[in-house]
Ligand binder design. Structure first.
Ligand code: COA
Length: 377
């Protein structure tokens, strides 16, 4: 039996070394392979940052061109997978489709367990590159539209927007999507990343690791939060005048204001800072400042009442809304970006593996006398 001193929800428990990203929660910094996210977000494209996270160093121009070309080549889905997507029940959300289709991709490939690190990297990139296509296709198929094949001239973010609408997106929208993807690539041992690592720590394959991670990300306390944020803003708060009253009521009843609080950040989430700027920019462009006005009241009230700050999901929700993205795609968008972080973590786990198997604090009974079924009450 484990001792009593354990962190419920594994809070404060360290399970492995990592060089990939570091969340300095008290100071509100996030580092990708040593670089502060605030420098990365202003100076790198999503592809550049994904390369950094997966390969460990910033790419030269030549390496970046090759990496982007590889992702473009790998975006297309095998025919069998598209046929399977068409067979899914129309009630299947894009996030549920992602969970199913990422797993199904595994039946087309050799089991990458037995291959070297280079092949694992190639397989992993091929899977990660397909996330955006799966999300866009499943959305269009579900709503009775023909899938729009990837456009090889566009980068990952612009191509995602293109595959949703069939129209080349404007530069500001593409840039906002690119930055949002970049800010979601990696974040320490968050729940979905941890679950990917747990899966491959059994020496299971990458497809299984990605599938576990998608399932974990889906929950409202993790990747599902942005969807909850917009539902809160649109259906519960509705207007700035009602924002403070809403927060006070939630806090009185010990509820949760979605998009606020974080297990690690005890100050402003640095990703939310960047996203807020884009949310303001897009709000001005659309001539609709309502969400920002509500956000200002929430920020002030939550800080005064609970010393809590907005997290990444709060402002991404406003960005997505102004990009005209359907709510059912909010969690898949998170997955499209985080898939590259999951890959980096799975490769790191394989490279220095030990089965992840925590101890538990057993609080049940032992020594009960067995009762035959006919004598049970
Ligand atoms: N709204 C209201 N109160 C909140 C809160 C929120 N969003 N997040 C945390 N709190 C409060 C808790 O009620 C608790 O207060 P208490 O000490 O008075 O009881 C305290 O802050 C600590 O909360 P706890 O649940 O222990 O924090 P955690 O580390 O387990 O939870 C989250 C982290 C992210 C799950 C939590 O902040 C949350 O549920 N946020 C809303 C969902 C969300 O935005 N998720 C996306 C995360 S990126």
């Amino acid at each position: 039996m484990a001792g009593k001193n354990f962190g419920k929800g594994l809070e404060g428990v360290t399970v492995a070394d990592t060089k990939i990203s570091f969340v300095a929660g008290m100071k509100g910094h996030l580092y990708y392979r040593g670089y502060d996210i605030k420098d990365i977000a202003g100076n790198c494209s999503f592809e550049e940052a994904a390369y950094l996270i997966v390969n460990g160093s910033l790419p030269t121009r030549k390496k970046l061109v090759a990496f982007s070309a590889e992702l473009k080549r790998e975006r297309a889905l095998p025919d069998g997978t598209v046929a399977l997507m068409k067979k899914l029940n129309k009630k299947t959300t894009p996030m549920e489709a992602l969970r199913t289709i990422v797993s199904a991709l595994g039946s087309d490939e050799p089991d990458p367990r037995d291959v070297d690190a280079h092949m694992k990297l190639k397989t992993g990139l091929s899977i990660a590159a397909k996330f955006a296509t799966i999300a866009a296709y499943s959305y269009r198929i579900r709503h009775g539209m023909k899938p729009v094949p990837p456009n090889l001239k566009l980068d990952h973010a612009a191509n995602f927007l293109y595959m949703l609408s069939g129209k080349i997106p404007d530069e500001i929208s593409s840039k906002a999507m690119d930055t949002d993807f970049l800010l979601h690539i990696d974040h320490g041992f968050n729940a979905s990343t941890f679950s990917a690592r747990v899966t491959v720590s059994t020496l299971s394959d990458l497809f299984s690791g990605f599938t576990s991670a998608v399932g974990t990300l889906k929950g409202p306390l993790h990747g599902g939060a942005a969807q909850e944020v917009i539902e809160m803003l649109d259906n519960k708060i509705r207007q700035p005048e009602d924002a403070e009253r809403y927060v006070m009521k939630i806090l009185e009843t010990h509820g949760r204001v979605m998009g606020y609080g974080h297990r690690i950040y005890k100050t402003y989430d640095p990703r939310a800072k960047v996203l807020r700027k884009n949310a303001v920019l897009l709000s001005k462009m659309r001539g609709n400042m309502k969400y920002i006005e509500i956000a200002d009241v929430l920020e002030r009230t939550m800080r005064e009442q609970k010393n809590l700050y907005p997290n990444v999901d709060f402002y991404s929700a406003i960005v997505y809304k102004h990009l005209g993205l359907p709510v059912e795609l909010y969690s898949p968008i998170f997955a499209i970006a985080r898939s590259f972080g999951w890959l980096a973590h799975m490769l790191e786990q394989y490279s220095d593996n030990r089965l992840i198997r925590p101890a538990e604090n057993f609080i049940g009974k032992t020594g009960l006398k067995f009762i035959p079924i006919e004598k049970r009450q």
